[in-house]
Write a protein that binds this ligand. Structure first.
Ligand code: NAD
Length: 569
């Protein structure tokens, strides 16, 4: 584990870092390396004389150079590799550089380019980061966890790489996702990167291309399933609880069934969260709430069609259903507001192969008996639009171009201002582009997308497009949870996070403005969410720490890149 700790200089009252590392090990430890910014005194104290060019630089000067170097890389994957190498070299410099160019760099380090990095993981592998726990090494689970670099851990992001973004089973390459998610936690939520841990559970892969790749770095074995898999995950969670009793455990990019199973199984055992289900649900609900409120309506007035009833689609539906119940509906009444479609078409109570989480949304088959249908064997999205006249259409299918001109025009024939959310990533999987939707709906549709899109010109006016990016939610949620050391994460916490985000929506001030704030204000949004969530945790009596003043505690919890003075331990 890394040998350093923060301390306060008794004479000056300044924060200092104490470490016993010196020479090359100090220069190759990204959490501690300051490169050319080591002072003269530090160079003597830590045996660095002659190991660095003589000029002593500031962090800002280093940022200028790093940005110039970045600009030499034109291909997004090499840009991603450059930035990751910078993080492996100097953590403060990486975070300062990326914070200063957040909107430019976020798509490079996170979605969509991280998807490319994941696919190229075994080819582009350079430096060890995080922890890999493979099934054959399960007996050494606790030893592996003790081999981490950062001694104190507040936040773990774990994946098994089965359901990565829209690109499916990526085996060990999935490790890039927890790493990227943790970067976003720090950039947008100020989570201290020295107290985080990315973990990949290597349970094999069913991706034949990976199994056939001679360079594949993961366990070359089909995915374990059933009891073997469940026991392995159970052992992992037990070890986490033993070694990090106060940790916040974030599940990321598990396969559809496992994602839900883990959340349900462990949410009453520790403070845990699934971003694909809950984060997506919260950000989408916030976009819908701001749209519905801007139209002077309520959620109870909505008929909601979800195309693609997988992890995201049903996670979103669940979040909206909870919200409908808060508006006074029973669960049964709330389910009546939904029509979910998957591969078989509209999900009906007699559809074969419904999963447990799809079942509550299945419509009675008698209800559709009188519908006019294009084909008799299945009920298509167009059939549903024509018969239901939905007010909200959500796409979470990863089926490109699924929202055709006919579909959008039929939608607009039934309702004045529909909300249309094509959420599928990456960009080429989007159900319809905002430009298409705006033109086909003659500017009536209120839109939010999963991938980032440039503003669209409509009627000589530029319309900004809201991005339903989970990065607007999980960093603030994490900051709130960590500040008060939450023991559990309740649905109520997700609800207050959602309201805090919806309150920041630009559309509330201008009817043509986006449904959600831009990522450029992600840090301010995160602070608001953190406040709401931490207060909720305190109210529920689930806080491990009760701060005297919450605002001060949140501000103090925020980590920003900075070079502190070093002293010998
Ligand atoms: P998933 O595989 O769990 O779900 C996709 C579902 O779509 C599956 O149930 C699949 O059977 C269904 N589907 C496939 N083809 C279909 C068809 N022709 N008709 C109807 N349904 C069909 O994946 P997921 O994790 O739920 O992600 C789905 C998409 O949503 C991805 O593209 C992902 O990137 C995106 N997503 C966006 C956000 C966001 O915008 N914040 C968050 C999470 C996921």
């Amino acid at each position: 584990m890394l040998d350093f700790k923060y301390s306060i200089d008794p004479k000056t009252g300044q924060t200092i870092i104490m470490t016993s590392l010196c020479g090359k090990p100090l220069l190759t430890t990204p959490q501690l390396n300051k490169g050319t910014a080591f002072s003269e005194k530090e160079r003597v104290l830590f045996h660095l004389q002659g190991k660095l060019p003589s000029r002593i630089e500031t962090l800002e000067e280093q940022v200028t150079r790093a940005y110039r170097q970045f600009q030499n890389y034109k291909d997004p994957l090499t840009q991603n590799i450059f930035l990751n190498s910078l993080l492996d070299n100097n953590q403060n410099l990486f975070y300062q550089l990326v914070s200063e160019h957040l909107m430019e760099f976020l798509p490079v380090i996170y979605t969509p380019i991280v998807g490319t990095a994941v696919k190229q993981f075994s080819t582009e592998y350079r430096t060890p980061r995080g922890l890999y726990i493979s099934y054959p090494e399960r007996a050494h689970m606790r030893t592996i966890l003790k081999n981490r670099s950062n001694p104190e851990i507040d936040l773990i992001v774990v994946t098994d790489g089965e359901g990565v973004l829209g690109i499916g089973d990526q085996g060990i390459g999935g490790m890039d996702i927890p790493i990227a998610k943790l970067m976003v936690y720090t950039l947008c939520g100020g989570i201290n990167p020295n107290r985080t841990l990315p973990i990949l559970l290597d349970v094999g892969t069913n991706n034949q291309n990976l199994l056939d790749d001679p360079l594949y770095l993961g366990w070359r074995h089909p995915r374990i399933t059933g009891k073997e898999y469940d026991d392995f995950v159970d052992d992992f969670v037990c070890a986490v609880k033993e070694l990090f009793p106060t940790v916040f455990l974030h599940w990321e990019d598990f396969g559809r069934d496992n994602a839900r199973k883990h959340l349900e199984r462990y949410q009453n055992q520790l403070c845990t969260f699934n971003d694909d289900m809950q984060g997506t649900g919260v950000v989408t609900l916030a976009a819908l709430l701001s749209g519905v409120h801007a139209l002077g309506q309520s959620l109870k007035d909505q008929r909601i069609v979800v195309f693609g009833a997988g992890t995201a689609g049903t996670g979103i539906a669940d979040q909206i259903k909870e919200s409908l119940c808060k508006e006074g509906l029973s669960a049964e009444e709330a389910y009546q507001h939904f029509w979910l479609l998957d591969r078989p078409g509209l999900l009906l109570d007699n559809t074969i192969g419904l999963t447990d989480f799809q079942k509550p949304y299945a419509r009675p088959h008698a209800e559709v008996a009188q519908w006019q249908l294009a084909q008799n064997d299945r009920i298509t999205l167009l059939d549903v639009i024509k018969n239901v006249k939905p007010t909200i259409l959500i796409g979470a299918s990863a089926v490109a171009h699924a929202f055709t001109q006919e579909i959008i025009q039929s939608l607009c024939a039934g309702v004045d201002r529909p909300l249309v959310l094509p959420l599928s990533n990456p960009t080429e999987r989007c159900e319809a582009s905002p430009e298409e939707i705006l033109h086909w709906s003659q500017g009536k549709a209120l839109i939010a997308t999963g991938s980032p899109f440039a503003p669209v010109k409509f009627n000589n006016e530029w319309r900004e497009i809201a991005q339903c990016n989970n990065a607007l939610v999980f960093p603030g949620l994490g900051l709130g949870i960590i500040t008060v050391q939450a023991k559990r994460l309740s649905n109520e916490c997700l609800w207050v996070a959602c309201q805090a985000l919806a309150d920041c929506a630009p559309i509330l001030k201008d009817p043509n403005a986006p449904l959600l704030p831009s990522l450029s204000v992600a840090r301010e949004v995160a602070i608001k969410i953190a406040h709401a969530v931490a207060q909720q945790i305190l109210d529920e009596g689930q806080a491990g720490i009760v701060p005297k003043d919450l605002t001060t505690a949140i501000n103090q919890a925020v980590w920003t890149p900075h070079y502190f003075e070093y002293r010998k331990m």
